[in-house]
Design a protein around this ligand. Structure first.
Ligand code: FES
Length: 162
């Protein structure tokens, strides 16, 4: 059964995560719950959705807002369908992430933090180390890692997306 703005599938997924923690520790499932909700809502969270998560988990809404606004993986404004995050930390920077960001900005005609006009791509703010340093420079697209990037490889990756 769905609760408020949450679909039945998302409610089931949240309950799956809640069951992994001791009774009364449902707060530990907030990150997983928000990931499920954001995924279903085309990559961003609304206040209604965050409130619905709080209600489903029987938590004060502030405890859900805190998580949604703290972690860089959550968006609270509408963004493009495909989220691109380029790591610009030290290994990636030394291997050319500055040029990778510049290439993406030019190709997509956006700056970091912006979405393309057609709503297809979101070039997220730079990421800190994503623990794939030996494949630098790297980026994450919709949570999939792509390493040893070149402009040609970026073209191929983005062409695969609908
Ligand atoms: S510095 Fe980019 S993945 Fe570690």
């Amino acid at each position: 059964m769905s609760k408020g703005a949450l679909s039945e599938q998302v409610c089931r997924e949240i309950d799956h995560w809640v069951a992994k923690f001791p009774k009364g520790r449902q707060r530990s499932a907030v990150i997983s719950a928000l990931q499920a909700v954001q995924h279903e809502n085309q990559g961003f969270l609304t206040q209604d959705l965050m409130d619905a998560v709080a209600e489903h988990l029987d938590l004060p809404p502030i405890q859900v807002y805190e998580v949604a606004t703290f972690y860089s993986m959550f968006e609270t404004d509408p963004v493009g369908r495909h989220c691109i995050s380029v790591c610009t930390n030290i290994s990636c920077m030394l291997c050319g992430s500055t040029e990778i960001v510049a290439y993406l900005e030019k190709k997509l005609d956006v700056k970091l933090g912006e979405s393309t006009e057609d709503g297809k791509f979101y070039l997220k703010q730079e990421e800190e180390c994503l623990a794939a340093c030996c494949g630098a420079p790297m980026m994450m697209v919709n949570h999939d890692y792509h390493e040893n990037l070149t402009p040609q490889k970026i073209d191929e990756i983005l062409e695969e997306l609908d």
